[in-house]
Write a protein that binds this ligand. Sequence first.
Ligand SMILES: [Zn+2]
Length: 119
Amino acid sequence: MFRLSRSRPRRRWAPAPASRRKPVLACPACGSDRICPIDWATAGDDHWWLLMHCGECLAWVQATVGNEQAAALDVELDRQQAEIRDDLATLEAERMAADVEAFTTALELDLVYADDFAR
Ligand SMILES: [Zn+2]
């Protein structure tokens, strides 16, 4: 059958827990990692100019970063986008479950009839 293990094996590629992960970018005004590039352009062969907006304190920040940091930021943005997508899927599933429960209750209480769906 199943056996309880005290520690879960960790995959080599698994990201570090969020509490231990150093933000790729942090807002210089408030320190939040909820700063997002809004516009960008190359700045020479090895750098990128970024215009960023902080979702926490609403500050606008301009920065120039090297290709390596820009690549790390790109990876982090993909990770954050996947996290948002997963959270959205969870919220949608919870909302749909609540809708089903409300509809089921309405049917059980005879609050809904076939005529309610007629056009
Ligand atoms: Zn900020």
